[in-house]
Ligand binder design. Structure first.
Ligand SMILES: Nc1nc2c(ncn2[C@@H]2O[C@H](COP(=O)(O)OP(=O)(O)OP(=O)(O)O)[C@@H](O)[C@H]2O)c(=O)[nH]1
Length: 126
């Protein structure tokens, strides 16, 4: 639950926020990048035997491992991105644990280069 509102599920709050961002006409030409953060916490939570289905009934009987859980949520976010974007645009995502600063730095360099490449392409420099 959210610290600021104990009645609101954190995951549902993130999905609501993502939907609002995707469908916002002011951001229709903006490339969105989804960070599935706190992967280390997800790994530890699943390793402790917590079942996703208990909190997300629609997860069903799928295997309760990191790969399946990440795919489930990535597809959920991707689905909203596809359905709600006013115009078609690519979907980018990264799995992160920002406490791993080295790995996060590598991801951010990649993201920055991607943004730069898109700008250069848009002005026909490359
Ligand atoms: N273990 C771990 N802790 C993290 C990670 N990212 C953020 N945190 C911690 O989570 C707490 C909240 O981090 P914030 O960046 O403020 O996140 P927020 O989006 O404002 O809050 P949340 O609702 O917790 O996501 C802080 O103590 C962070 O250090 C992560 O990838 N792994």
């Amino acid at each position: 639950m959210l610290e600021e509102d104990p009645k609101v599920n954190r995951l549902e709050d993130s999905i609501t926020l993502w939907r609002q961002i995707c469908e916002n006409p002011l951001l229709s030409k903006t490339t969105l990048i989804l960070f599935l953060n706190k992967m280390d916490i997800l790994q530890a939570t699943l390793a402790a035997g917590i079942r996703v289905q208990k909190y997300v009934p629609s997860y069903g009987e799928q295997p309760n491992d990191v790969a399946h859980v990440v795919k489930y949520f990535r597809d959920k976010f991707r689905g909203y991105h596809k359905r709600l974007s006013p115009k078609t645009r690519p979907f980018y995502w990264h799995e992160t644990s920002v406490i791993d600063t080295k790995a996060t730095a590598v991801i951010l360099v990649g993201v920055r280069e991607g943004i730069l490449r898109a700008h250069l392409q848009s002005v026909n420099v490359i």
